[in-house]
Design a protein. Structure first.
Lengths: 281, 551
């Protein structure tokens, strides 16, 4: 550790930098809020507590009131729960299915790979908002339906990404050695390929999480997301859009919340801690 | 200033990702006179390439020149600005890389790339440059000197490309040429043409050179003086004759010793009935569309038969593209044969590995050339070696751990290495781990596909010794595939020569001096000898060369 670069420090054999730490603190904070939202909201999200709509920030109503005079702080805190929860569930399903299918396709090859790739390419060509619209029109809007819709929209991307990485690993001699040993496909993808692609896959996971947050907010903004009085951040922006001329905090705060979460996730991905490899120092 | 190059007390440092500073070059001093060719030799990691690159004032990313002087043609490159150094590169100093194939731009013609240097430095008009390039092509005895410039890099052979990269370096009329292992990637038969061409242009132009290599026999042909490096320090300097005949330093002697033919192990049980372990009959395999007769369009292996006896070794030798690696893959079932029988230990084997039984797979292991890609970089050595133990032998965790220790002992690796990742090992260590994994399966036959060709001479000799010892202890058989005759000679009981997918001859090492097939003759006569006069005195039958050589 003679001359560690100024912006990077080390901890537990990993080096990290300040931007990454701040970003992860923001993410941790929003996660905690999402978990404990019901017990920390000062008011119920449906209660009209103020006569004035689009009220300014004041004591007791720290983020002002919305277009019906409801407490904005409570609505943003509860909104975190829906935005983070739904997006996280969707991204986990999308990335897990996409990555597993992608690795299987790369290892198996042949017609299985071709069919699956073409099918998912076709899926990819459907515009995501239109797809969401059709699903909501068909089955109605509920949290499970939203999660599944968002997941299905992002599976092809995760599949393509994982397959491209896995195809490169698949040509390595250690894959041939494992195959000649007689290993099963699941051993090949889980034990030989996955450890080699896990870092880019995690980065992709974070990026996809951001896309899903934005798409969910977009769907909610169009009125296709959560139904009132529940509201995620996108829905909060939409229902309070009328407050824009009054510079109401009701429209600015949820926008800032979306921005802070997505930008933090992005920055964390770019500044993940790096393992220090040179151990015989 | 009397010499063209005077390096004084050169120091180069690198910074690791933990911020630790490592000294790579520890005070190297070196002189090169006008027109003199100096070879830098040493094992991988000895700093020979780093020293060679520093003569251009260049240090690879992460490294920097921290001390000393690099005087080339009266200018201290260590003190010049990057812009001033760039002016010297290509005009005073030129560089010929190890892999010409990777250094050419595949999307522009050869001529454009060869004369690029003159354009960058504004040396001459493009017309003049082209004329000069053609002259150089002729001097380097390239075929069709007028037309070859119009081709693209993939349209010429590897040996030609290497000579073209020399033409690229020579076009700016440099005073110093730096060759970075330019023939390592070439076949012996091609290597000779390239070496001869290099030697004649260097001599004709009176150009000084630095030749980086780990192959002492090649260096002996081309260098006036030899500098032996190890661990970033000069171990020994002397004229080629001095080094070859009276090396002082132990490391140099070790290098030389690796060239001595090893005494062969005698087989006491020669008379005992030896049973064939593996027999393949008329195996054909290849690539491309399958035609009506059930054979592929391009036949990489054509009706090859061979027998490997228990406890004996078979060497398969031939140049790149002769089908020897495909044959190995066919035997292992990685690339299923299109026709022919494979009989292993008395039982007919399925052609594809997927259909063979687990025991059949276990008893025949294959070890690949590049340990870098054959070992999963994300796993620790312990996990790599213990997988066959868990998979084939179903050992529990404790038994596995004990066996891993034994296997590491067997391949002469310290037990503490088990927690490391492959990237933290040296080339020789990686190849030993690669081999230990094959041993872990408990095989009867190990197919070694060029396992020493990525290693330098001393390390390769140690690996071969290890293989012999393990054979004595465990009664293994090897199929040893190589393009290096001396390696095969050291370990094999019989040698099969392959050319163009076919078996041309099978001989025993005792009769190595007298091959009967013309291709074997050409191949065996092309292996460089330590004698510095060998290349100049070499006369090859022009008919043979035109028939079998790839110029």
């Amino acid at each position: 550790m003679a001359r560690a670069a100024a912006s990077r420090r080390s901890f537990l054999g990993h080096s990290y930098n300040l931007v990454g730490v701040v970003a992860s603190l923001v993410i941790v904070a929003w996660t905690l809020i999402a978990i404990f939202a019901p017990s920390i909201t000062p008011h119920s999200i449906g209660d009209i507590v103020e006569d004035d709509y689009f009220g300014p920030m004041r004591q007791g109503l720290w983020l002002g009131s919305d277009y019906l005079g409801r407490d904005m702080l409570s609505r943003v805190l509860m909104g975190a729960r829906y935005t983070v929860g739904i997006s996280l569930a969707a991204v986990v399903i999308a990335c897990f299915s996409g990555v597993v299918l992608g690795m299987i396709a790369a290892v198996t090859g042949g017609w299985f790979d071709s069919c699956l790739s073409r099918f998912l390419d076709a899926m990819n060509s459907i515009p995501s908002k239109l797809f969401g619209l059709v699903v909501v029109a068909a089955v109605g809007s509920s949290i499970p339906a939203l999660i599944m819709t968002l997941a299905v929209i992002y599976i092809p991307g995760a599949y393509r990404f994982a397959r491209a990485l896995a195809v490169n690993i698949n040509t390595m001699d250690f894959m041939t050695v494992a195959r000649v040993r007689g290993e099963s496909t699941f051993y090949l993808i889980g034990s030989e390929i996955l450890p080699n692609i896990i870092r880019p896959v995690l980065a992709d996971f974070g990026l996809r999480f951001v896309f899903i947050v934005l798409l969910l907010s977009g769907l909610s903004f169009l009125g296709l997301g959560l139904q009132p009085p529940l509201a995620d951040w996108g829905a909060l922006v939409r229902e309070n859009i009328g407050g824009l001329p009054f510079a109401a905090p009701a429209v600015i705060v949820p926008s800032l919340a979306i921005a802070s979460l997505t930008i933090s996730v992005n920055l964390l991905i770019d500044n993940l801690p790096q393992k220090i490899r040179d151990r015989d120092a | 200033m009397t010499n063209l190059v005077e390096v004084r007390n050169l120091q180069i440092e690198a910074t690791t990702d933990a911020g630790r500073v490592v000294e790579i070059i520890k005070g190297v001093s070196l002189d090169i006179a006008d027109g003199e060719i100096v070879a830098l030799i040493g094992e991988s990691g000895s700093g020979k390439t780093t020293v060679a690159l520093s003569l251009m004032g260049y240090a690879r990313p992460g490294c920097r020149i921290t001390g000393g002087e690099i005087n080339v043609n009266g200018k201290n490159l260590a003190a010049l600005s990057e812009k001033e150094r760039a002016k010297l590169r290509g005009t005073v100093i030129a560089y010929v890389p190890q892999s010409a194939a990777a250094s050419f731009n595949p999307s522009s013609t050869i001529m454009e790339q060869v004369i690029e240097v003159t354009r960058i430095h504004g040396l001459m008009s493009p017309e003049q440059a082209r004329r000069r390039a053609v002259k150089l092509f002729r001097a380097l005895s390239l075929p069709d000197p007028e037309g070859i410039g119009a081709r693209y890099p993939h349209q010429v052979s590897g040996g030609q490309l290497q000579r073209l990269s020399a033409a690229m370096a020579l076009i700016g009329e440099p005073k110093l040429m730096i060759f970075d292992e330019p023939t390592t990637a070439l076949d012996v038969t091609t290597q000779i043409d390239v070496l001869k061409a290099f030697k004649s242009v260097m001599r004709a132009g009176g150009i000084a050179g630095v030749y980086v290599s780990h192959d002492l026999a090649v260096v002996a042909q081309i260098a006036d003086r030899i500098v032996v490096l190890k661990g970033g320090e000069v171990q020994e300097t002397g004229t080629t004759a001095q080094i070859l005949s009276a090396a002082q330093h132990p490391y140099t002697r070790e290098l030389l010793a690796a060239f001595e033919p090893k005494p062969r192990q005698a087989h006491a049980d020669t008379d005992a009935a030896v049973k064939p372990l593996l027999r393949i009959d008329n195996v054909t395999a290849g690539y491309g569309a399958v035609r009506d007769n059930g054979l592929p369009l391009i036949r990489a292996v054509d009706s090859v038969s061979l027998v490997v006896e228990k406890g004996r070794n078979l060497g398969i030798i031939g140049e790149s593209g002769c089908g020897k690696s495909t044959l190995a893959r066919v035997i292992a079932g990685i690339h299923p044969a299109a026709a022919g029988d494979i009989v292993f230990d008395g039982k007919q084997l399925e052609r594809a590995s997927g259909k063979r039984s687990q025991d059949q797979l276990r008893e025949m292991q294959i070890v690949f050339q590049y340990a870098d890609t054959a070992l999963n970089p994300a796993k620790a050595v312990e996990d790599i070696i213990s997988r066959p133990l868990a998979f084939y032998h179903r050992l529990d965790r404790q038994a596995r751990s004990k066996r891993v220790d034994e296997l590491l002992d067997m391949v002469r690796l310290p037990r503490t290495l088990r927690y490391r990742r492959p990237s933290e090992l040296s080339g020789g260590q990686k190849q030993r781990v690669n081999f230990a994994r094959a041993l872990a399966a408990g095989p009867k036959l190990i197919i070694c596909d060029e396992i020493t060709s990525a290693l330098d001479t001393v390390v390769a000799a140690a690996v071969i010794e290890l293989l012999k010892e393990l054979q004595r202890e465990l009664g293994l058989s090897y199929i040893f595939i190589s393009h290096d005759l001396s390696v095969v000679d050291a370990i094999c009981d019989e040698i099969m020569v392959m050319y163009n997918g076919e078996r041309v001859e099978q001989i025993t090492p005792d009769r190595l001096k007298a091959p009967t097939h013309p291709y074997s003759k050409l191949l065996f006569s092309s292996v460089p000898k330590l004698d510095p006069t060998w290349l100049d005195g070499l006369v090859r039958d022009p008919e043979l060369v035109s028939q079998y050589g790839h110029r």
